[in-house]
Write a protein that binds this ligand. Structure first.
Ligand code: KIV
Ligand code: ZN
Length: 510
């Protein structure tokens, strides 16, 4: 393989899922992993199997079902963790065990309470142990950028001797600055005699807003794997944004002279899917995938772009699949046209999925003149990829105004039976959620609530993303409707369905 090749390691499902408030279920993780495979990342870090039974199940499911990329599972450098990770990834086409141990004095003294020789021995022992299971072992020196460089060089050399195929050097706390980080990687290339026997990787956090810049500096210094997450989600301020790294390497190819292997046209959809399923919205001015990333507001800019696009555009939205908001289908469109259009959008739906999507499309087309590609994507996420609906909204009536107590009457279907309840609340959404609580006997607490217009126009589909706490855990809910109160209630019910589904899966009871 050419030494210019840079491998994209996506950690959306592991570090990304460690973002506060994000909790994805197995189906959602699988959906994201399948999209990452379509995008063409080289490695998917599917989770941290020892962390919970849900994490284990997600990693194992992805390992079984997602073909193409290497599937990695993270573990601490201890035998029990490594065993569990191997159990989760072993059925993958190309499994990887990713084990980590901190190397900075701060972590050694306060967190691990271990000496440098003890840490060195543990790292080597963990890599050797993992290698008994798997030929592809990655070792991460947590907090590498704040570690003593000579000690770190010793750890890197010994873990390579022990069989690590990839050695990752994270800027765990996002403390580095690009020039310094590039120099840090170069110094390690000088100090570690066997460094050419492994792939050196970087993993940068965004605490100072420098994660992408530091990652690129690391690549220029010789790193051949870069760890990143879609939309830059992750611990605290997040990880380096996958789409930014990809487009920097593409747009400035002449400068970086590095080769990556991805389907650029899948970038926008990947970003949308992750923001929808995690509930973490992308800021409008976010590079590459933000709503305004290709919008020209000033008259001078608009004039320039009309005369010659490259006056103010360094990338084209078409390349990343972002320019698809044109009118596509209406209420007279038939099933055949619908199927064909969905195929063009990249959705390979089974007959049964197509039926559900087509039914939902017709319902929306009845209420809304123009159904756009964004509407269709939202609809597929809502209807086709949804978890089973134990509780289903049948009917919603709201009485609200400036001088009356908001009251809601809600009817839900549960196993072919219908139940109705009425309640009051601080506002119409609150009243409706109370009525839902009365029927389900599940009491959720709304943590946050975001309303989004999926497409433009007065009749735009409203998408509500909420985070609901039930039994001490946060569940993301999503609801779609041209009526925003209905979208809100659907989002609340969606979170309750996820809670119910998870509980049911764990206990095996209906
Ligand atoms: O930031 C970090 O150091 C990590 C490692 C576990 C790779 O996420
Ligand atoms: Zn990290």
């Amino acid at each position: 393989m050419s030494s210019n090749r840079v491998y994209l390691f996506d950690t959306t499902l592991r570090d990304g899922e460690q973002s506060p408030g994000v909790s994805l279920n197995v189906e959602e993780k699988l959906e994201i992993a399948q999209q990452l495979a379509r995008l063409g990342v080289d490695i998917i870090e599917a989770g941290f199997p020892i962390a919970s039974p849900g994490d284990f199940a997600a990693v194992q499911t992805i390992a079984r079902k997602v073909k193409g990329p290497v599937i990695a599972g993270l573990c601490r450098a201890v035998r029990g963790d490594i065993d569990r990770t191997w159990e989760a990834v072993r059925e993958a086409e190309n499994p990887r065990i990713h084990t980590f141990l901190a190397t900075s004095d701060i972590h050694l003294r306060y967190k691990l309470q271990k000496s440098r020789p003890e840490v060195l021995e543990q790292a080597v022992e963990a890599v050797k142990y993992a290698r008994k299971y798997c030929s592809d072992v990655e070792f991460s020196a947590e907090d590498a950028s704040r570690s003593d460089i000579d000690f770190l060089a010793q750890v890197v050399e010994k873990v390579i001797d022990a069989g690590a195929k990839v050695v990752n050097l994270p800027d765990t706390v996002g403390y580095a600055v690009p020039e310094e980080f590039g120099q840090f990687i170069r110094t390690l290339f000088e100090k570690v005699p066997n460094i050419d026997k492994a792939i050196i990787s970087v993993h940068c956090h965004d605490d100072l807003g420098l994660a992408v810049a530091n990652s690129l500096a690391g690549i220029l210094a010789g790193a051949r794997q870069v760890e990143c997450a879609v939309n830059g989600i992750g611990e605290r301020a997040g990880n380096a944004a996958l789409e930014e790294i990809i487009m920097a390497l593409y747009t400035r190819q002449a400068f970086f002279n590095k080769q990556i292997n991805v389907n650029y046209g899948e970038l926008f959809r990947t970003s949308r899917l992750v923001s929808t399923l995690t509930g973490m919205q992308v800021q409008p001015n976010k590079a590459i995938v933000g709503k305004n990333a290709f919008a020209h507001e000033s008259g001078i800019h608009q004039d320039g772009v009309l005369k010659e696009r490259t006056t103010y555009e360094i990338m084209s939205p078409e390349l990343i699949g972002a320019s698809r908001s044109t009118l596509v289908l209406g209420k007279h469109s038939g099933r055949h046209a619908f199927r064909k259009h969905m195929q063009e959008l990249g959705y390979d739906l089974s007959d049964e999925e197509l039926d559900r999507a087509f039914k939902a499309f017709k319902e929306i087309a009845d209420k809304k003149k123009e159904v756009t590609n964004e509407d269709l994507e939202a609809l597929v996420n809502d209807k086709v990829r949804a978890i089973p609906e134990r509780f289903k909204l049948v009917y919603l009536h709201i009485s609200s105004g400036t001088s009356i107590v908001p009251t809601a009457t809600v009817k839900l279907a549960i196993d072919n039976m219908e139940f109705e309840a009425a309640a009051t609340g601080d506002g119409p959404v609150d009243a409706a959620c109370h009525a839902v609580d009365k029927i389900t006997d599940i009491y959720g607490k709304m943590h946050d609530y975001k309303l989004n217009a999926v497409s433009s126009g007065k009749d735009a589909l409203g998408e509500v993303i909420s985070h609901i706490e039930i039994d001490g855990k946060i569940y993301g809910g999503r609801g779609l409707s041209t009526d925003i109160i209905e979208a809100s209630v659907k989002s609340y019910i969606n979170a309750i369905n996820k809670y119910y589904y998870e509980k049911h899966q764990q206990t095996g009871q209906a």
